[in-house]
Design a protein around this ligand. Structure first.
Ligand code: FES
Length: 184
C-alpha cells in the first residue's frame, strides 16, 4: 500500500525558546519554539535533555537542527532535534551553565572530621538516584568559616544561596529550580 512510509527532511529552525514540555522535571521530552509561523514542539533526544534543561533559559533565541518526519497517510509532521544552540552567546548543548546550579561542599579538616566525606558521597548518591547528578556542578571548597556547624555545604541556585541543607532537601530544591526554568 505504501502508506506506512515517512518522508524525512532536514530541519533548521531559528526562533525563541519558550520552555520544555513533559510530565516531570528532568523527564521533559520536548521543547517549544516560537517561529514566525507559530509555535512548534520539537522532540529532544535523551542524551541532550538534561544538559539543555540546565542551560536553556526561556525567551532566549536558539537554533535547532534536526529532522522532520511526514506521515503522508495522516499528514502529521513530527520534528526531532539532534542539535540545539543558543544564538546569543557561545553556550551550546554540551555546556550546562554552572552559574545556574552549584553545590559547594567544604572538604577542609574541620568538616572532614565531622562527616564531610560522608556528606559528599551521600549528596552524589542522592543526586544520582534522582537523575540530577549531571545537572549541577559540585565543587569541593576550603573552609567556609562555619566550622561549628560542620559538615558544611552551600547550594547555589541562580542568585540564591542555601546553607545547612541535607542531600534530600538539596535534590528537591534543585528539582524545583529546574522545573521553574522549564516553565517560566
Ligand atoms: S572546615 Fe568546613 S567550614 Fe570550616
Amino acid at each position: 500500500m505504501g502508506n506506512k512510509y515517512l518522508t524525512l527532511s532536514e530541519l533548521n529552525l531559528e526562533g525563541q525558546f519558550l520552555g520544555f514540555v513533559g510530565d516531570k522535571p528532568g523527564k521533559y521530552k520536548y521543547l517549544q519554539l516560537e517561529i514566525s509561523s507559530g509555535n512548534v514542539q520539537i522532540k529532544l533526544p535523551k542524551e541532550l535533555r538534561r544538559t539543555l534543561i540546565s542551560s536553556l533559559i526561556p525567551g532566549e533565541p536558539i537554533s535547532v537542527c534536526g529532522i522532520s518526519k511526514l506521515n503522508p497517510h495522516t499528514g502529521k509532521i513530527k520534528l526531532k532535534a539532534y542539535r540545539v544552540n543558543s544564538i546569543d552567546g557561545c553556550q551550546d548543548q554540551n555546556l550546562p551553565s554552572p552559574a545556574q546550579a552549584k553545590i559547594m561542599v567544604c572538604q577542609k579538616s574541620g568538616c572532614l572530621k565531622r562527616g564531610g566525606k560522608g556528606l559528599l558521597s551521600d549528596l552524589e548518591k542522592t543526586l544520582c538516584d534522582r537523575g540530577l547528578l549531571d545537572q549541577v556542578k559540585i565543587e569541593r571548597t576550603g573552609c567556609q568559616k562555619r566550622c561549628s556547624s560542620a559538615p558544611n555545604c552551600i547550594l547555589q541556585l541562580g542568585k540564591k544561596k542555601y546553607k545547612k541543607v541535607n542531600p534530600e532537601a538539596i535534590a528537591s530544591l534543585l528539582e524545583n529550580h529546574l522545573h521553574n526554568l522549564g516553565l517560566d
